[in-house]
Design a binder for this molecule. Structure first.
Ligand code: NAD
Length: 491
């Protein structure tokens, strides 16, 4: 029973089953029956039916549900941590200290945002009229999320949408649906009316595509690869749906010659290995001044070799497996191809012994790859960092921007002028200075260029899930108004 539609769990209509595999052990965690078109139709119908009354709830009523949800999530944190870790292979430490507190904070944030509708002041912008702005919910949101942060992605998709009065059908990645289903159940316990949040567990090409094309959906919100994002954009054109796309990334990590090299090395290790590198903002291209390149590479290699690759429930584990065997093999194949044109300084292997049954891969540091090589240009989405040298600040910025992506970047320098120029010139949705990765509920997350458009988190995200309506009142009370003269004269 893995479809959550109109407040009920039910079995998927496709009849096809899928085992949810723990990538740390290869064991099946649960078996789901995937959704078919009929489930998508039913979920969209439930969301449409629930929309009028949820949109009419006061901001305070919506906020109360989200606040209660945040408290329940804190109480149920350990159940969520175990489920998230089992379906993704994430270390429990990461889930407990990053995914769960971040999600609770997001819920608290959107509970507040729900009560803060903003717009231009009501006023007489023409002498004969009073204009006002209404900020309204959009309708039914069709959302699709990826497998790298299933719980946080559910939060980023669901919370701003329902805080603003929309209803939603979310299709999580089919290999990691469990915490999205738990999320919907906890919202129900918090008092969310049936039909406001519906979860469909199905294949992207079938249930996902049907949801994106569905005429009953008013807006699509997609997080995933740039390739699938393009098909979502095409599907949305069918009935001119509003679109929100959070796509791939290939974040540059620029280290100038005046940087604190020790801080940059630690930043590169944490920034590239978070979530085993399966993070769209992860540092993937370290662009390092030639004068400090070798020192930086040596220190990162040393730290990489000390990283504990291990089982998710071991407190000493730093990074767990990749989220699936297919993905691990894809990462390994990219590194293997890089051996022909670059140097693998450390890593590039699959660990044996206890870890052999899992989808593990060692932290891999690569030097000597050309800026146009596959490992530097394409998204690897694994624990792999390529280091490139530069000679001038202009060259560093050009290399940072030499990518179709523009999600996130960082600049490492102690020179305030350099940091200001770098943050101005690097084309990305977020630029960190002397750090890489931290996110906060109050600030927007989202890309430019082929990393998509639209923002998650923050009030910018809340705004995306609302639309403004101009309401204009005549205040003269006259029959033949002044402006009518431009059309016809009174004779
Ligand atoms: P993916 O694009 O393969 O899949 C994402 C989702 O789309 C899944 O739920 C999948 O079932 C669905 N899907 C697949 N084909 C579809 C289709 N034809 N129509 C509709 N839906 C379809 O991505 P992934 O491999 O799950 O996730 C990794 C990607 O996500 C990376 O590119 C990563 O950078 C990106 N990502 C981006 C952000 C961001 O905020 N920008 C955050 C996390 C992940």
């Amino acid at each position: 029973m893995h479809q959550f539609i109109d407040g009920q769990f039910q079995t998927g209509a496709s009849g096809r089953k899928l085992d949810i595999i723990n990538p740390a052990t290869g064991e099946s965690v649960e078996t789901v029956t995937l959704a078919g078109r009929a489930d998508v139709d039913q979920a969209v119908a439930a969301a449409r039916a629930a929309f009028p009354s949820w949109a009419a709830a006061t901001p305070g009523e919506r906020s109360t549900v989200l606040s209660r949800f945040a408290r329940l999530l804190a109480e149920q944190a350990e159940d969520y941590a175990v489920a998230e870790s089992r379906q993704t292979g994430k270390p429990l430490r990461l889930v407990r200290e990053f995914d769960i507190p971040g999600t609770i904070d997001n819920a608290d944030f959107f509970a507040g945002a729900a009560r803060n509708l903003e717009g231009k002041a009501t006023a007489e912008y023409s002498p004969d009229h009073t204009s006002s702005i209404r900020r309204e919910a959009i309708g039914v949101i069709g959302s699709i999320s990826p497998w790298n942060y299933p719980l946080q992605m559910a939060a980023w998709k669901i919370l701003p949408a329902i805080a603003a009065g929309n209803t939603i059908v979310l299709k999580p990645a089919q290999i990691t649906p469990l915490t999205s289903l738990m999320f919907a159940r906890t919202l129900q316990e918090a008092g969310l009316p049936d039909g406001v949040v519906n979860i469909i567990v199905g294949d992207g090409s079938e249930a996902g595509a049907a949801l994106m094309r569905h005429p009953g959906v008013d807006m699509v919100s997609f997080t995933g690869s740039t390739t699938v994002g393009r098909t979502v954009l095409e599907a949305a054109a069918i009935n001119s749906k509003r679109v929100h796309l959070e796509l791939g990334g290939k974040a540059p990590f620029v280290v100038f010659d005046d940087a604190d090299i020790e801080a940059a090395a630690h930043g590169a290790v944490a920034g590239s290995l978070i979530n085993t590198g399966q993070d769209c903002t992860a540092a993937t291209r370290a662009i390092v001044h030639r004068s400090i390149h070798d020192t930086f590479v040596a220190r990162v290699a040393e730290l990489y070799r000390d990283i504990r690759v291990g089982l998710p429930d071991d407190e000493d584990t730093d990074i767990g497996p990749l989220a699936s065997y297919a993905h691990r093999d894809r990462v390994a194949a990219m590194v293997d191809r890089a051996r022909n044109y670059a140097t693998i300084v450390t890593g590039g292997s699959t660990p044996g012994d206890l870890l052999a049954p899992g989808a593990f891969y060692t932290p891999t540091l690569i030097t000597g790859a050309a800026p146009d090589s596959e490992i530097v240009r394409d998204e690897v989405f694994g624990p792999v960092l390529a280091v490139l040298p530069f000679d001038s600040d202009d060259e560093a910025i050009a290399l940072a921007n030499d990518t179709p992506y523009g999600l996130a970047a960082s600049a490492w320098t102690r020179d305030v002028y350099r940091s200001l120029r770098a943050t101005r010139d690097i084309k990305a949705g977020c630029v960190w200075v002397n750090d890489h990765i931290p996110i906060i509920s109050e600030m927007p997350h989202g890309g430019v260029k082929e990393s998509g458009f639209g923002k998650d988190m923050s009030t910018y995200s809340f705004d995306e899930y609302t639309q403004v309506k101009h309401v204009m009142f005549d205040i003269t009370g006259t029959a033949h108004k002044d402006w009518h003269r431009t059309i016809y004269k009174l004779r």
